[in-house]
Design a protein around this ligand. Structure first.
Ligand SMILES: C[S@@+](CC[C@H](N)C(=O)[O-])C[C@H]1O[C@@H](n2cnc3c(N)ncnc32)[C@H](O)[C@@H]1O
Length: 339
């Protein structure tokens, strides 16, 4: 019988060099894999706690957790919002406009990406040649790995931002978009990720805006959330996948009527994340609408803040430069720690 070697791709494995660089100080590795690691266990030296490595991804948290809805959505819509799949630089433009970081400054720098979801920003960091460590609380890591695992060398793990398994002050950049408002205690979450930044390093976060006036986005969302966040992700997804295709054309029509359209949409209380004007084709717009309506209604936690509240959250005597401004997904805060 001819010998057929089993091809292992980078999508399946954690690089052994990543274990050595990031984890070896605190963990012993138990695996039968000879070179790079697909399956194994990390044993915490101080406590003996076991961390499973599955599909080349270390799992520092149980697979059932408050991020289940995110795991569900990002695995349903693995590539929907990736620039490489959409064919438009929507994420890259948002990234450059919000962080004000440049591809040149990121090249070779140690970056921690917090709450990476399906990896739309991961692919930007990989493209810019950053030395990336990326993680998410949910099974979304599977989606990210399947899209980006083969593209570049980065360490991906499933973990909780409240207990990041690296020493403090070990990253040049920390990036966290669309995440903090979905945690049980956003202020504590911000402090937890800030601790991982080196002195002189830069952090960029974005955060959902708390609007004081009624709006077609936030009013229907916060009206329905007390119910929808309690539904099983599969059930909510069925409901949204049923009504969005029917409602989207009407929503589009109303959105185009100045003032009155917005007022009617607010009063009607039908959540619909309708991205008119981004340049998406009809099929993409429908997919984005289902995805982001689900993303709005399903998370266990959603605590928006005003611009001033975000400013308060990031303010600290350890700050050097601070910028807080309105961005495309709420409020952006860019902070550089004092050297
Ligand atoms: C709205 S998604 C944003 C994903 C990605 N940053 C993006 O913009 O496409 C929020 C993500 O935060 C993750 N998340 C929530 N709580 C977290 C925690 N405690 N630690 C790490 N990630 C968390 C969720 O699992 C989810 O994938």
């Amino acid at each position: 019988m001819p010998f057929s070697p089993c091809r292992v791709t980078i999508k399946d494995v954690m690089k052994r060099s990543h274990f050595t660089e990031y984890l070896q100080n605190d963990y012993d590795l138990v695996t039968n894999d000879v070179e790079d690691i697909r399956t194994g266990v990390l044993l915490k030296k101080s406590t003996g706690t076991e961390v499973e490595i599955r599909n080349g991804i270390p799992r520092f948290v149980p697979s059932e957790n408050y991020g289940n809805s995110f795991g569900f959505q990002w695995n349903q819509f693995k590539k929907t919002q990736l620039d490489s799949a959409v064919g438009l630089p929507l994420t890259e433009n948002r990234f450059l406009k919000s962080t004000r970081w440049t591809p040149e400054e990121l090249k070779g720098k140690k970056v921690l990406e917090v709450g990476s979801g399906a990896g739309r920003f991961t692919e930007i960091f990989v493209k810019y040649g950053a030395k990336l460590v990326s993680f998410d609380y949910s099974e979304a890591v599977e989606a990210n790995w399947s899209s980006n695992g083969g593209k570049g060398e980065f360490l991906l793990f499933q973990g909780d931002l409240y207990s990041i398994p690296f020493p403090d002050e070990s990253f040049d950049y920390v990036f966290c978009y669309g995440v903090l408002q979905h945690t049980p205690d956003p202020d504590r979450a911000y402090q937890a990720i800030l601790k991982k930044l080196k002195p002189g390093g830069k952090i960029s976060i974005d955060y959902y805006l708390k609007t004081l006036r009624p709006s077609p986005w936030s009013t229907p969302k916060y009206f329905w959330r007390p119910l929808t966040k309690r539904l099983k992700p599969e059930s909510l997804f069925k409901i949204i996948s049923f009504y969005i295709p029917l409602w989207l054309p009407i929503d589009t029509f109303l959105r185009r009527i100045p003032k009155l359209g917005g007022a009617l949409l607010t009063l009607m209380l039908i959540p619909c994340w309708n991205y008119v004007g981004l340049g998406l084709n009809r099929k993409q717009r429908l997919e984005w609408a289902i995805l982001d309506t689900f993303d709005a209604l399903s998370p266990a936690y959603d605590y928006p803040k005003t611009l001033n509240q975000v400013r308060q959250m990031v303010s600290s005597p350890a700050n050097g430069k601070v910028e807080v401004f309105y961005g495309s997904n709420g409020v952006v805060a860019n902070v550089q720690k004092l050297p």
